[in-house]
Design a protein around this ligand. Structure first.
Ligand SMILES: [Zn+2]
Length: 310
């Protein structure tokens, strides 16, 4: 796996995400930097079936070419197959802090170029599989990062896990956020991604009133067994407090993992007639009704509100 670097974007903007693998040959960094100007770093398709970011880049390719920018187009092979990651291959959003696989080597190459370029900010555009309000994900809670997050949404997740996600690595050298713009099927998701990127391109990040930011921290990541029966209605609690007794699964075995890798399910839920229910009221996010997505990544996160001190 080799990183392709291209000096222009215009020749491929006609193509949908599924056609990029054949046109580009692999993950590609479009180097649209202008001398002496710190670039905007935009990454899309880190998950192959999350196409809103690429569609936003297509819509704004002229504006991107007019500023100093680096645009990373990630897992184009997965995009061709219409999946998050190719079966048996690593998740492209878990490789940014090191690893032995070819994807990690490629990510390290992108980081090297980006860190040297000193971006003014970095955004990584994703879609969700479940219904969530639009929200940002940060790995640092300093003023410039939260101001960037607030420019996208009043809901922000301070993610302590999983390791290796791109924003966590980029947070070491610039304000960095992941934006979760909605499901890939919803046309509003692309409109949202496009509007946010257009605003960053036109005016950068304006001052924001951070007292209006609802910041949550992930306290546990919930994983499932293969025989789990999910509860689609539970996704209605995403970014809200689900009451005690809320059913997380009708059947199967759930586990909850702390950031340091301990199984802490008993603190949050118990079995009741084969189902798994919350012990106490708890805020949840990213609950997905899609069992394949839950098995590949996770079912949901459990959250705690975190105060904003900047
Ligand atoms: Zn994603």
């Amino acid at each position: 796996m080799k990183l392709e670097v291209r000096p222009e974007l215009a020749s491929v903007v006609r193509l949908p995400a599924s056609a990029l693998a054949d046109a580009l040959g692999g993950p590609t960094l479009f180097d649209l930097r202008k001398d002496g100007e710190p670039p905007l770093f935009v990454s899309v398709l880190v998950h192959g079936n999350e196409v809103s970011g690429w569609d936003a880049v297509r819509a704004l390719h002229r504006e991107l070419a007019a500023v100093s920018a680096l645009v990373f187009v990630g897992n184009v092979a997965a995009a061709k197959a219409g999946v998050r990651a190719l079966p048996g291959r690593v998740d492209f959003n878990r490789v940014w802090e090191g690893g032995d696989c070819p994807e990690a080597a490629l990510a390290a190459e992108v980081v090297e170029i980006a860190a040297t370029a000193k971006p003014r900010l970095a955004i990584d555009i994703h879609n969700n599989t479940g219904r969530n309000p639009p929200y940002a994900v940060v790995a640092r809670a300093d003023r410039s990062t939260l101001t960037l997050a607030r420019a996208f949404s009043n809901l922000t997740l301070f993610a302590t896990q999983p390791g290796g996600f791109q924003t966590r690595r980029f947070a070491e050298f610039c304000p960095a956020v992941t934006v979760e713009v909605g499901t890939p099927q919803d046309p509003a998701s692309t409109a949202r991604a496009t509007a946010f990127l257009a605003r960053l391109l036109a005016e950068g990040v304006q001052r924001a009133d951070l007292t209006t930011l609802a910041l949550f921290e992930t306290t546990a990541r919930v994983t499932v067994s293969a025989d789990t029966e999910l509860v689609p209605e539970t996704q209605g609690y995403n970014f809200r407090t689900a009451p005690a007794g809320t059913v997380l699964a009708h059947a199967g075995t759930l586990s909850a993992w702390s950031a340091d890798g301990r199984e802490i399910g008993a603190e949050y839920f118990r079995r009741r007639n084969g189902a798994t229910v919350l012990n106490d009221a708890a805020a949840i996010a990213m609950y997905t009704p899609d069992l394949d997505a839950a098995r590949l990544d996770c079912l949901c996160y459990l959250l705690e509100p975190r105060s904003v001190h900047v």
